[in-house]
Design a protein. Structure first.
Length: 537
């Protein structure tokens, strides 16, 4: 599901509310004349509703489940008015209880640390269950600790190994991939021995880099920020997919720093690569596979991918198959008028075209280009889910993965699919979020649905008139549903896969915010100039 970038409706309104409140406080009569008197008290009242200050008055906004390996139990952290608490939920038994005895834990930790901790102010934000769920693992003072949940005895396990911020760790945890002097290196986490993987990288024709056109290139350089390499480890940690980024022919752009940080009185010129619309050259990503064990580079036999402000990796248009023997990538041209799904052999670099779609308007694999493409591969490539707006509405289609022929359209109607959430291969169910289907509701609210892969039995699983965000359990038998509107504080519930309510988990606490004088925004709907189209605000 959506990440962090996709916050729920109620929280979104808080971030923008300040600007409205600020204007109303400074200009209560609606005028914006330059001679309107502004007092210190006006600024203080406006500052009172800045998001950073509002955030101190709202609690239990959402349940972020941390699923426990081997079953569907999960824990989550509640931020409350008095501190934080850790909650454990068992969906099968339908129980919700403290994840541990907070008072006994605080007493034990206070004794070990020779200081005092309260039950609601423990010095860590995350936990992990170990050894048949009878021990709790946590980090404290740069060390890993365990707590026996019967005796509440604490034991220091080892020191925390700090991961390099500019490294990409392999799935098995044994290797760190990093960039130095435009080339790729790998380092053993156990021995710290380094190996150079590439040798021909150079400025503006480097391995695993980011384009200057991301707009923060100069800022990152001045701040000394070093990012992990742009690459994806194979599931077995034996290979990586990366790119050699070619910006050599991209034209330059310039920024002038009027007041340099070094104290110089003279402005400083910063030059970077940035293509304008219509320029002949843009950054290009040449895909390569690197075999770590054999230290072999395999060039992918396909034209370089068009790269704009962000790389194809950032857009999640490249992914390994489940075995790490092949990988899929979406080749989208500069104007977004052509989109082609390709399959590459990780041993030879040979490429096969699977599906292709063209149009006179942009072809996108998701209504939000920053989210994961709504493309999924089933049964080792036998079937492919494909997202298209060819009908004028964003819907899902099922293709034969071997022949590339359309089998049938799965979803249809005057509404849109937003994201594929889960596929049940056994039951042949497709779970996805959609918007605009429910009558008399804001079309921006997303709901969870499921439908059979043959396009039958479409079901709404989140019925409340609100925006919904969901997270499925590892087995797929349960999901967490957090729903809200700008005038409805978030409510988090636990449901079964068919949408049945198991229990309510949390309701957001905004009592402190309301006591400060804050009032709910009011949703509205008006007609556009054509007297037909509804506009929601």
């Amino acid at each position: 599901m959506k990440t962090s970038t996709n916050s729920i409706q109620f929280e979104r309104c808080l971030n923008t509310l300040f600007f409205m409140v600020f204007s109303l406080l400074l200009f209560p009569d609606g005028s914006f004349a330059q001679d309107s008197p502004v007092s210190i008290e006006d600024y203080k009242r406006a500052e009172h509703y800045l998001s950073k200050n509002v955030g101190k008055r709202i609690f239990k906004l959402r349940v972020t489940p941390n699923w426990i390996a081997g079953n569907d139990r999960f824990w989550y952290r509640n931020d409350t008015a008095t501190g934080k608490e850790f909650i454990l939920v068992d969906p099968v038994a339908n129980t919700r209880q403290p994840a541990f005895n907070h008072v006994r834990f605080a007493q034990a930790l206070s004794k070990v640390a020779d200081t005092t901790f309260s039950a609601r102010k423990l010095p860590f934000k995350t936990i992990k269950y170990g050894e048949d769920n009878q021990k709790l693992l946590f980090q404290f003072e740069q060390a890993n600790w365990s707590c026996d949940l019967q005796s509440y005895k604490l034991r220091k396990i080892d020191e925390v190994k700090i991961q390099a911020s500019n490294a990409l760790v392999s799935p098995d945890g044994k290797w760190e991939l990093f960039v130095k002097d435009y080339n790729l290196f790998v380092r053993s986490k156990s021995s710290q021995k380094e190996r150079q993987l590439t040798t021909d990288g150079q400025r503006y024709y480097d391995y695993a880099g980011r384009p200057d056109s991301r707009t923060s290139a100069v800022t990152d350089k001045l701040a000394g920020i070093q990012y992990p390499p742009v690459a994806i480890w194979s599931p077995d940690s034996k290979k990586i997919i990366t790119h050699r980024l070619d910006q050599r022919k991209v034209k330059e752009l310039h920024l002038i720093q009027s007041v340099p940080a070094n104290g110089s009185k003279r402005p400083m010129l910063h030059t970077y690569k940035y293509p304008f619309p219509g320029d002949a050259h843009i950054p290009l990503s040449e895909l390569v596979i690197i075999d770590i064990a054999e230290q072999k580079i395999i060039r992918v036999k396909s034209p370089p991918l068009a790269t704009h402000a962000f790389t194809p990796f950032f857009y999640q248009r490249i992914w390994w198959d489940e075995n790490g023997e092949k990988f899929y990538f979406l080749d989208v041209d500069r104007g977004y008028l052509n989109s082609e799904l390709k399959l590459a052999d990780a041993q030879t670099g040979e490429v096969k075209s699977l599906l292709h779609e063209s149009d006179t308007t942009p072809v996108q694999a998701n209504l939000n280009i920053f989210e994961r493409p709504n493309i999924r591969i089933l049964d080792g490539g036998k079937e492919i889910f494909w997202f298209s707006e060819r009908s004028g509405w964003g819907h899902l289609y099922l293709y034969d993965g071997k022949t590339g022929k359309l089998k049938h359209q799965i979803t249809s109607g005057t509404w849109v699919v937003r994201d594929i959430i889960r596929i049940d291969d056994v039951g042949r169910w497709l779970y996805f979020t959609g918007a605009g289907r429910e009558p008399a509701r804001d079309p921006y609210y997303q709901h969870l649905y499921r439908i059979k892969l043959d396009g039958s039995l479409l079901e709404l699983l989140t019925p409340e008139n609100a925006h919904h965000e969901v997270s499925f359990s590892p087995s797929g038998n349960y999901f967490i549903d957090t729903y809200s509107r700008v005038n409805l504080p978030p409510v988090s519930v636990l449901r079964t896969a068919d949408g049945r309510l198991v229990r309510k988990l949390e309701t957001a606490d905004i009592s402190n915010l309301l006591e400060s004088g804050w009032k709910y925004p009011q949703p509205f709907r008006v007609k556009a100039r054509d007297d037909s189209t509804d506009i929601y605000g």
